[in-house]
Design a protein around this ligand. Sequence first.
Ligand code: GAL
Length: 777
Amino acid sequence: MKQNLNFDWKYKDTFNPDYISHGIKDGVSIDIPHTVKEVPYNYFNEKDYQIISSYEKVFDMEDDIVDKVIILRFDAFMLKARIYLNEEMLGFYQSGYVPVEIDVTGIVKQKGNRLLVVLDSSEDPDIPPFGYAVDYLTFSGIYREVSISTHPKTYIKDIFVYGDMSGNIKVSFTKVGDSKSFDFKNELYDMDGNLVSTFRGEENIKSPHLWSVDDPYLYTVKTIITSGDGTETYVTRTGFRSIKFTTTGFYLNDKKLKLRGLNRHQSYPIMGYAASKSLQEDDANLLKNMIGVNVVRTSHYPQSEHFLNRCDELGLLVINEIPGWQHIGESKKWREAYLEDVRLMVINERNHPCLIAHGVRIDESQDDHALYSEGNKLAHELDPYRPTIGVRNFTDSELLEDIYGYNDFSNWQFDSIGLMNPNKVKGAKNKPYLVTEYLGHMGPTKPTSDQFLKTDHCLRHLRVINDSNKYDRTCGAIGWCFSDYHTHADFGTGDHICPHGVLDINRNPKHAYAAYASQQDKFPVMEVISNMKPGELSGAIFSDIYVVTNCDYVELYKNDEFIGKFYPNTQKLFPNLEHPPILIDDIVGPTFKEDKIPEKYWKKIAKCYSYAAIHGFDNITFKMKVFLGFIMSRYKISYAQLVAWWNKYVGSWGGIAKFYKFIGYKDGKEVKQAVLGPSKTFRLEVKQSKLVLENKETYDSSRISLRYLDTNGELMQYASKVVHIEVSGPIRLVGDNYQSLLGGQLSIYINSLNKKGTGKIKITLEDIVKEIQIEVR
Ligand code: GAL
């Protein structure tokens, strides 16, 4: 029986030997997941949280412990700990990103146990990923859950359930204990709880309901053991599906699927790594349901079980990876830790149907025949069904894994090549090939960056997706990255943030999210990625107006007057995209009406103005110049008049600003609308990931996204206003009461306290007041 130990710990940001016998006297009460120090959103010193701290938990055992084996489990802490139970030192342990399990049989008492964890969160060069520069912060604390479980003296561990598309299912495990009589059976249940089959180790299920990205059907296996020491039941979720990486692509259940995805880091503002289950799930939801990708790489370390569980439920494929970043340590300790990471990652993650490959090579490290031969062998022994992958940033390397992963940063500008021709990647010859990263530092884009950068960022992602589709040889491409993330001073923009996400660090969108979302057909997407504000544009020239969308066509209105209907027309630039963006080349259209000139010329003049709006008046074509010259002389139109019309119809510098309304249509129906224009009145959009928080294994969280919009719904992308947040009831606000918008957006995070009731949140931004109630159950 599993007992959670997450609520009501005592915490102190130091260690005193007196704590071992007398407990922490002057600590604060905290719940797990916990970070030893909340950090500001940016500009802080990472040494602040690399401290030695103490955690204490007093608890009684809920289950009878007589004749039982008792295992204490930490899902993860950063980084090393000395652990005491009832004043007895259990030992030194290191975790980082993998669980630590300790047999505490004989030390744990039925009642009045006192657990003390002395945690060292400093970066240790003898433990991966440390030893050199690392482009991510690793934060601190007991940041994943803690539990203690009781088992009969003979029990099983490391259960491995694997099902394939032919209905074969196999269950294996390691038996611990020496009871002479030992038996077991497995029961397979479908999603409605119906018993499908009872078997021992292996079975073939006729026509199983397959797991896939569109229909992630899950089964449950109950493994029931009986021995002279008692019985126990273990529950494992599984799915029936087959995966194949080949030299002509990736196949799921024998159907080819181009992998299109993003890399994810697990850090959050303020709380660092200490994000609860629902925030982990929230990221998976965003990847699948907002960004619409089919794969995520857990770069560069094993991530939360809650994240993987949600990927199983959503049908989001996962490639995992052991902790590391470019550097291979030389010490024996480092190398042993690498192997232990491989071992624990594979054992802990191999039951997830979403998992399609094990990343067993340190991201972008050099070849190391001895180390990586061992790592690969170990992964294959522990999971013979899944391929291994190794990620490089060079094209010619010894391939010990099954898949050559390559970080292809060839894309320089959006109209340059998106990806390198896979045939040029020598090391991948005759082997499955996957692009595991692209863009990132090629296109850093802050949520506060100017419009050009944001537009360029989105187009470049599209360019790479286009090339990934082009090459049959590649199994797909996984972009850098899902959201902005915290990093060391050696990277990022000097503020400890790498602005490489298609979402910002608070999981609010940048335009680039639409590069992915527009390539799927489950939900409509229409993102106008060009600014319609002349004051931001050099020379007040509009430049190309792109609408990134999966709509069939878009209608444009200017101040409610119809301009035109525009269809996807960038096939030349993006020949391999399912939904190439729409480039709007006319913003004047039929609105031009001037009696001084015969009607038959209006359309042609409108065309000249539209062209000039995007390319500049000086750059209109020779033909246009001749035509306008003819109009001027034939109808006595002065240059000043031409300029006045320019201001009237295009509305650039010196003109009155216009409203532009874009309407997206799919199957003849309006599905999306965007109005961009001068903003006078404002509102705060508030969307929360959850309104009901449930205290189960531990506290629960809601991410509340705040977006400062005008009344037409346009994001006020330069708003940096301060928001005041007050909370009352059984909830806690993560961070300060005053937080500021970042490029017009912000997310605040609410955690439940260990009480039931109604929590109230009051959000004030100037004269806007929003109130939300959150139920805690
Ligand atoms: C890669 C690396 C990533 C990240 C990215 C930034 O080389 O694997 O972790 O640093 O560059 O573009």
